[in-house]
Design a protein around this ligand. Sequence first.
Ligand SMILES: Cc1ncc(COP(=O)(O)O)c(C=O)c1O
Length: 389
Amino acid sequence: MEPVYLDHAATTPVRPEVLEAMLPFLSAAWGNPSSAHRFGRAARAGFEQAKREVADALGVEPGQVVFTSGGTEADNLAVIGAALAAQARGKAMHVITTKIEHKAVLAAAHAVVRLGGRETLLPVDECGVVDLDALDQALADEPSVVSIMWVNNEVGVVQPMREIARRCRAAGVPLHTDAVQAFGKLPIDLDEVPCILVSISGHKLGAPKGIGALIVRDRTIIEALIHGGGQQFGLRPGTENVAGAVALGRAALIARQELDGHVDRMCTLRDRLAADLKAIVPDLVIHCLEAERAPHVLSVSVPDAEAEAMLMHLDIAGIACSAGSACTTGAVEPSHVLVAMGVARPLALGTLRFSLGHETTDDDIARVGATFGSVVARVRALGAALGRA
Ligand SMILES: Cc1ncc(COP(=O)(O)O)c(C=O)c1O
């Protein structure tokens, strides 16, 4: 039997249509898009088309799309690039972000501190929703940039982006959003939510790893982090990853076309999975239930069961998901997201994330339900025998 893959927030399989679109740019159209001859022009045509497709999917201008090596680079370019631009204007470097951002943003904010700037990490409530009063206070400090993720990758909470954007705009502070887990999963209207900088990543929506983009709606507010030739307006120089860009363009196009049906289907499957798991393990805790959640992420904690052990047993049973903890320094630590939400450590250590994709079926969900009870029982029994949990 085929294994069930419920870890789409980690990465997604490359879609056949995307692979088909990018392959010519790894074979026949292999030119350098900066070359004036026919080889270059063929590659340039693909690259420009990709820009248009990404721009259309987000309702921005093609000239506002800067391709990067992925979400991490886009986040770094936004956060550090905006701080450097503020410094160049004679202002202090100050990044406002939240305690639950992806490490790509948090580490970029820390880098700004190492460069002599400041960071303010906004708290969140027990559902992971950012504290808007704390944002108001921080905005009074004239920060260089506010960076708040649209959808959290671990628990799926959706931030009140419209309200956040309204407040940032009123304060005259540029807003960056890490939309890596939102793009293709939720409608993103950048007219209603006027973010100036938006990060996306290809491998979360059926394109390969190693391609992403930063939408830059005002070039004056960021500086480049790498320096070289003048490609991509000098904001991200280097010979362009044409095949990657074409893949992201095609994935973005498909995501836009499929979005409406996708949202409803994912929500139905996610809620069915949650109900099945809760019926099997009645003391299961479902995170962020009181908040708006992304359709594709379900985060649950199982009391008295270690996530790592559950993951292993689920994997043996042919089910792939992920844990809300990480073994970073030899010891298993709860994720910074769950800690910021005030989830107690023992519960946080029993957290699993199931994340759905466009190919997830009813049968996949049923198979998790059929396996989950025995996995939890086994892991709890083992924990009790070892005197843990
Ligand atoms: C919210 C979020 N931001 C940024 C990233 C980093 O993206 P990439 O893997 O393309 O560098 C990820 C990937 O896990 C993510 O989920």
